[in-house]
Design a binder for this molecule. Structure first.
Ligand code: URA
Length: 434
């Protein structure tokens, strides 16, 4: 078999066989097929797409390229959740303790920030002492004891995705539906849960810009998971506006704590509570009404917040920060960006908000950059809000004033303020089940 023939066949819109897909993935992971040939194949996939059969085979081959987690040491139905990426997305920090407080089991592997999107592992590591690199044995023990644990993705999971993702990032082949679907689902299948909730984001702060694209991606991923015997639900969510008010590691942890206290921004609350209900439904915890009641009780009784403290403690973190979030360090500098015109915020470039958070120090410029956990944005005015000249649109936080100065014009350009009030958009556009 020759890689050049596979590239040629895909370029001409032909379907690759199971053997060809296995040859390509195994050869690439083994270092036998060079990046330039894989780049050419990825670009051909961007233009020609993939059939359902090719997509399922690619995903399974990628999943099998490394360790397939065996979660049988954890009792009960394990439910996972994955977002295709967003800005201000702190949902995992909220829903994992809620689901565990309601009796669900969450054995979750998460990632670090990627591009303009933040990562759960970076947020958790903003809690002093919290260990995300724990052994599998400890991970299982914590899930069995507390109902949930979140660890960094182990080095052995889906090496094919790691190599392909890095290559896609530099060859303009990230935003291809089959490539995203296989990347996400290979990791989820390898992570071993029985049921998976997918948050498929769409809008200016997501990889999928339109609802049609997001629906197609969601349907493909739900199809792959269902074929692999998993219980699947996907929600198409609005990422045209950052989620909540905070973007940046400590700022987002604080917002998550507020939501677990029954407060916090309305959109974060609504999304998190809906996700928690869907995860409980997937784990067979009752009817929709019963799951909604459980989620409400877990938050109102304080059980979900206590659960977060328990998980933090079990993973070596200092839970006093959860009890008293004012103990978290604050950025050395802050800057309030004031509106220069009056009107309504008609739209926001959410990707720019994510980029600004990175510029302030909340994300990495290179693979080994040190994060400034205090850095980020507190968004006071969002799409649909009325603003007057001089009112604060957003407050920027960083330990570097130079970074704030560089970020200020970029965040300004992310706001469109006009005389017209935009129509309110739903937070969840659609639900798709397997
Ligand atoms: N998230 C992933 O895990 N992979 C992609 O390709 C895009 C978003």
């Amino acid at each position: 078999m020759r890689m050049v023939d596979l590239i040629d066949r895909k370029k001409n819109g032909k379907e690759l066989t199971e053997e060809e897909i296995a040859y390509f993935i195994r050869g690439y992971v083994a270092g036998e097929i060079p990046d330039y040939q894989v780049s050419a194949l990825l670009m051909a996939v961007c233009f020609q797409g993939m059939t359902s059969r090719e997509l399922t085979q690619l995903t399974l081959e990628m999943a099998k390229s490394g360790e397939m987690m065996d979660l049988s040491a954890i009792h009960g139905c394990k439910v996972d959740k994955h977002s295709t990426g967003g800005v201000g997305d702190k949902t995992t920090l909220v829903i994992v303790p809620i689901v565990a407080a309601c009796g669900g089991k969450v054995a979750k592997m998460s990632g670090r920030g990627l591009g303009f999107t933040g990562g759960t592992i970076d947020k958790l590591e903003a809690i002093p002492g919290f260990a995300t690199q724990i052994t599998k044995r400890r991970f299982f023990e914590i899930v069995n004891q507390a109902g949930a644990s979140v660890m960094g993705q182990s080095g052995n999971i889906t090496p094919a995705d790691k190599k392909l993702y890095a290559l896609r990032d530099v060859t303009a082949t990230v935003d291809s539906i089959p490539l995203i679907a296989s990347s996400v689902m290979s990791k989820k299948l390898a992570a071993g849960s029985d049921a998976i909730l997918l948050d498929v984001t769409c809008g200016s702060g997501a990889f999928m810009q339109s609802r049609e694209q997001a629906e197609e991606l969601a349907e493909k991923m739900v199809g792959i998971g269902t074929d692999a015997g998993k219980k699947m639900t996907a929600l198409i969510t609005n990422m045209d506006v950052p989620l909540g008010n905070s973007v940046g590691n400590i700022l987002e942890v604080k917002e998550a704590i507020e939501v677990l206290r029954g407060k916090g921004p309305e959109d974060t609350r609504e999304i998190c509570f809906s996700f928690a209900v869907e995860m409980l439904l997937l784990s067979g915890s009752g009817s929709r009404e019963e799951c909604e009641e459980k989620v409400k009780d877990a938050v109102e009784s304080g059980a979900a917040l206590r659960k977060l403290m328990e998980i933090v403690r079990l993973q070596g973190g200092d839970d006093s920060y959860i009890q008293e979030p004012e103990r978290f360090p604050k950025a050395a500098y802050f800057y309030e960006v004031a509106a220069q015109t009056s009107g309504y915020v008609t739209s926001m470039d959410t990707k720019q908000c994510g980029i600004v958070s990175g510029m302030l120090g909340a994300g990495r410029e290179t693979m080994d950059s040190e994060l400034d956990y205090t850095a980020g944005l507190y968004i006071c005015k969002k799409t649909g809000d009325k603003v007057s000249v001089g009112e604060t649109l957003v407050t920027l936080y960083s330990n570097s004033y130079d970074r704030i100065l560089a970020a200020e014009p970029v965040i300004r350009s992310a706001y469109k303020i006009t005389g017209e009030k935009p129509e309110k958009q739903p937070l969840i556009y659609k639900r798709i089940t397997g």
